[in-house]
Design a protein around this ligand. Structure first.
Ligand SMILES: NC(=O)C1=CN([C@@H]2O[C@H](COP(=O)(O)OP(=O)(O)OC[C@H]3O[C@@H](n4cnc5c(N)ncnc54)[C@H](O)[C@@H]3O)[C@@H](O)[C@H]2O)C=CC1
Ligand SMILES: O=C(CO)COP(=O)(O)O
Length: 319
């Protein structure tokens, strides 16, 4: 059986979609949240308004995760390492699919790299691509990427995870998939700030394009396949996240641009990824001005207005 570990918006939505194929487990850390979701058949905190099919077994018992052959890890990127420190030994031999989009600030590792380092005996993969939890949960058509270095395991996952509304493409380039999924969130924050500040759609298109150039530079440094960045996990997700108010990263940026507060309980992956990638880019001398400015605003070194001004007044150069 497939078990989804992590009962946030994304984990719950994936469980709802997978339930169309058969029984699925949903493990939540909080016993109270699991008890309530199991009883009223709804995750009211993270995915309100979506009914949980009866064949989703909701539990806070971690043994349900250890009993599964395939585990989808739907935790925020900054929580994955501590989860694996705690439970990694009990996950060896399993097929583990990270569903997080981000770079771990402590180790600079993406989700698949963390899995490979911390559970070396597992088959490690990543689920990524343009997909809002709310859309998946409503059964709207969604195309995703499964990234797995072991292509046979990738094919197996592709078939096991495909549902009537989720369509999976496949790649063995886990590094490219990790980078695309993580970096698009940083560019989405900048895009939100640009719109929030009132700079308009043309400026946003320029930002997205230059952000994509940054993504490609970092991917080249890590020897990821250029075409991975052109696909769903890169260009596809960048487009979605930089243009939709369903995105938390984009909304976070909008609030920055408008000088409004933002709900701190929401997961905004791009904040942490900007810090990790800006440090890495500085160390390795990779030109990533958008990421640098987002990190400077996060660190309180720069005000949002100054950061946007700096972006618009960069030296003239070739495209
Ligand atoms: N929400 C969405 O539309 C999408 C989210 N994702 C990715 O999925 C990941 C998770 O995001 P969401 O589910 O939206 O976040 P969320 O904020 O809705 O939920 C996160 C969940 O993780 C749980 N959690 C945190 N630390 C944990 C730990 N150590 N052990 C067990 N559970 C823990 C929390 O209790 C919470 O239920 C992120 O990396 C995000 O980028 C990817 C695609 C779409
Ligand atoms: O990754 C996502 C869509 O593909 C979700 O984006 P947010 O985390 O910004 O809400």
């Amino acid at each position: 059986m497939i078990v989804v570990a992590g009962g946030g918006a994304f984990g719950t939505a994936l469980a709802v979609s997978l339930a169309a194929n058969g029984p699925v487990g949903l493990w939540m850390r909080s016993p109270e949240a699991a008890e309530m979701a199991g009883r009223i058949r709804e995750n009211t905190k993270r995915l309100p308004g979506v009914a949980l099919p009866e064949n989703i077994a909701v539990s806070a018992d971690i043994d349900t995760v250890f009993e599964a052959e395939t585990v989808l890890l739907a935790l925020p990127a900054q929580q994955l390492r501590s989860f694996l420190e705690q439970f990694g030994e009990r996950l060896s031999g399993k097929t583990l699919v990270a569903c997080a989009k981000g770079i771990d600030v402590e180790t600079m590792a993406g989700p698949v790299t963390l899995l490979e380092r911390m559970v070396p005996d597992a088959t490690s993969a990543m689920l990524t691509g343009p997909s809002f939890a709310a859309d998946i949960a409503r059964g709207l058509p969604t195309a995703l990427t499964i990234a797995c270095r072991d292509d046979e395991a990738g094919v197996r996952l592709q078939h096991a995870l495909t549902t009537p509304s989720l369509r999976f493409y496949r790649t063995t380039d886990t590094r490219g998939a990790e980078l695309g999924g993580a970096l698009k969130n940083v560019v989405a924050i900048a895009s939100g700030a640009c719109i929030g500040k009132g700079y308009g759609d043309s400026a946003r298109a320029a930002l997205m394009t230059r952000g994509f150039a940054e993504m490609q530079r970092l991917a080249a440094f890590f020897e990821a396949e250029p075409q991975t960045l052109m696909g769903l996990s890169g260009f596809g997700d960048l487009t979605l996240t930089c243009t939709s108010e369903l995105s938390r990263n984009y909304r976070f940026g909008l609030a920055w641009g408008r000088h409004e507060d933002f709900d701190k309980s929401l997961t905004v992956e791009g904040v942490h990824t900007a810090l990790a990638v800006a440090r890495l880019a500085e160390k390795e001398q990779i030109d990533m001005p958008i990421t640098r400015l987002v990190a400077d605003v996060v660190n309180g070194v720069l005000d949002v207005d100054d950061a946007l001004q700096q972006l618009l007044s960069r030296p003239l150069k070739e495209e």
